[in-house]
Design a protein around this ligand. Sequence first.
Ligand code: FES
Length: 184
Amino acid sequence: MSEHICDPKAGITRRQFLYYSGASLVALALPAFLHDVAHAEDLRLQMATYPRVQVGKLSALKIGQPIEFQYPFDHPNCTNYIYKLGVPAGGGIGPEQDVVAFNNLCAHQGGPLTGKFNAKHQVLGPCPLHLTTFDLTRHGMVVSGHATEGLPQIVLELDGDDIYATGVMGLVFGFNNNLAKPTA
Ligand code: FES
């Protein structure tokens, strides 16, 4: 008699036990696995929706002379500057890893940071409203002041001499979603 036929006296065979145990584990783990796959796919799609836009030339950059650009939308809150710092920085590109870009509105209450770049100390600020200063070598983290969030950093890529913006790390002031096109 085959071991696959149940013998009420013998219970289930070892092979049947292993088979049913394995099937139970798969049934339990599969929903969680599929959820993880779907979540990873969502994240990948969100990342992919940032446009890749040329925003400057490496050869045009000079220390202490930031270059303005708009990203990811042509909107006042999406004004950013590329900085050549002269020292390596988090997220920096170029041969010296010293070229970075940041949004220009203070992460506290949106104070404009235009003209507040201190090239000697590689910081941006103090903000004209409540004096927050941001460290551009450390992903825009707060050095001092009222802001509790760092300055949004624009993700840059270099292709030859061309600088491309490919994403934003941190929420742009006044937005609840960096990728939702502003209506006003
Ligand atoms: S708006 Fe910049 S510190 Fe308050």
